[in-house]
Design a protein around this ligand. Structure first.
Ligand code: SAH
Ligand code: DHB
Ligand code: MG
Length: 230
């Protein structure tokens, strides 16, 4: 689909960053190291990262689960919301990405609260459930989009009433509109949204965004109580 931006979205993002976000050497270094290592520049924007941090702080998060680490940029934003004895577990399939992320997280002074686990996310989520990990206070889903329905279901098993689940990239320039799509990412996002909208334990919304990442959006869901057996 065409991207109608004439540069205004990017200019407004730059203005908002200047107005709202202090300079940040650790995050600048993270982006530089990620570029240097050849990682794709698909991390959340600075303004989105700040939103993740503020949401996690607003709910008093002490434990955070992230699916999709890349170079640890969103990881660092989220981990900054945690108290010194908090914990963030982030899942990454690519060992190179994971290694870059570990270095970036350490450079940001957050190695003590962040654990990067390497492997396919669904297997790692199973592993976490088997260990009795969680419940997590905040979950951020930002890995492959085809796996989203499974990640939501697995996240529910690692949640408590009050857990906030945030899902990135649920609009993709309107790609989500294509009900007949054979693209596994689109199918995954659409099934994810159907699940968020119909699951008895979830109350959800989604917000479209424009900015340096083009036209996209994120979903936010709040986990409710387990249904009581009849
Ligand atoms: N959250 C990051 C961006 C993540 S990009 C940020 O905003 O800074 C998506 C990441 O998910 C990539 O690093 C990719 O390697 C990883 N990924 C893709 N498929 C995966 C899977 N099945 N399991 C775990 N990670 C996966
Ligand atoms: C892209 C953007 C993302 O935020 C993501 O998680 C994966 C891919 C992209 O722009 O291709
Ligand atoms: Mg994303």
């Amino acid at each position: 689909m065409p991207d109608p931006s004439d540069g205004t979205w990017e200019a407004v993002d730059a203005y908002l960053v200047g107005a709202l976000l202090p300079p940040d050497a650790a995050l600048d270094a993270t982006l530089a190291a990620s570029t240097e290592a050849g990682l794709p520049a698909i991390q959340v924007s600075a303004l989105q990262g700040r939103l993740l941090e503020l949401l996690a702080r607003a709910v008093g998060a002490r434990s955070i689960l992230e699916v999709g680490t890349l170079g640890g940029y969103s990881t660092i934003w989220l981990a900054r919301a945690l108290p010194a004895d908090g914990r963030l577990v982030t899942l990454e399939i690519d060992p190179t990405h994971a290694e870059v992320a570990r270095r970036n997280v350490a450079g940001a002074g957050l190695a003590g609260v962040v654990e990067v686990r390497v492997g396919p996310a669904l297997a790692t989520l199973d592993q976490l459930a088997g260990e009795g990990a969680g419940p997590f206070d905040v979950v951020f889903l930002d890995a492959d989009k085809a796996g989203l329905p499974d990640y939501v279901t697995a996240s529910l098993g690692l949640s408590r009433p009050g857990t906030v689940i945030i899902v990135d990239n649920v609009v993709r320039k309107g790609g989500v509109l294509d009900a007949g799509s054979a693209d596994p990412d689109v199918v995954g996002v659409r099934r994810c949204l159907e699940l968020l909208g119909s699951h008895p334990r979830l109350s959800a919304t989604a917000i479209q965004t424009v900015g340096v990442k083009g036209h996209d959006g994120f979903a936010v869901a709040l986990v409710g109580a387990e249904p009581t057996p009849a």
